[in-house]
Design a protein around this ligand. Sequence first.
Ligand code: DAH
Length: 339
Amino acid sequence: MKEKLDQILDRALSEINSSEQLDKLNDIKTAFLGKKGELTAVLKGMKDVAPEDRPKVGQMVNETREKIESVLEKKKTEFERKILEEKMKNEVIDVTLPGKKMGRGHRHPNTIALEEVEKIFIGMGYEVVDGPEIEYDYYNFEALNIPEGHPAKDEQDTFYINDKILLRTQTSSVQVHVMEEGKLPIRMISPGRVFRSDDVDATHSPSFHQIEGMVIDKGITFADLKGTLDLFAKKLFGEDTKTKFRPHHFPFTEPSAEMDVSCFKCGGKGCRFCKGEGWIEILGCGMVHPHVLEMSGLNPDEYTGFAFGVGLERIALLKYEIDDMRLLYENDMRFLEQF
Ligand code: DAH
């Protein structure tokens, strides 16, 4: 019996030592120590062994098993170490190699300018409101005091869809929607796309963006308008910016004005940027016309307010000193990557 066990042990050890793969060790383990393995077969044959010899034989079988197991385990550890070494060798990282440059997206100058304007007004407690781009003539013109036949209607070359429906020419249309909702006081800005049938050139595009603003409450005066828009200009163009209000005319405001800011390039002395003026025109504004309040269901004896409209592209062009609006729409990566 001892011979038989020694023979099994020898065979097992030589198979283990000559094996070259980790998988092979499992096969060897099954072949010798498994349920149907050779050593198990020996145990099963114990019934043929004389009872007094059984403990001894049992002990020999156990010793053989332990030897095989220990050698298997050693070999296994050896293999695992080799595999790990191999892996480490292949996965060498040269930390001195230059990294791969990741393409990084850029926000469009219009977006940056818009976010800046929104931040300023949100900081003053304004709400940002959205409005429809396809609009009724009523909201774009009539309710803003621009009736049929009014010259202002012809000034803005409108894309009509039919008699009553058009692509809005100004975000002022949102004023009417907000007033009709009737939630007072109103303190809102409404940025969005507007459309005019203009030919493309350095300062025109058939589609551009405006930001409308409106405040309505009891006791709002022109001083509120001036204070608000002066603060806006200072936050947008710098603390030293001065503002100037020139009388103007808009059908939906009375009185109306245009606001200029002191040239942030020359500080007002006059330069190429401001065409020697020292001032740059920035927005239209005024006190909401009583008739406009009335048409949208507000009582002008109780409520007053101011409104303003500013071109988003104009702000982006000024802020980044871009001299051609077409650059904003051409999607040239060399241009866009600069922001
Ligand atoms: N809607 C005007 C335009 O497109 C801009 C404007 C001027 C808006 C005065 C206003 C305002 O709200 O009070 O030219």
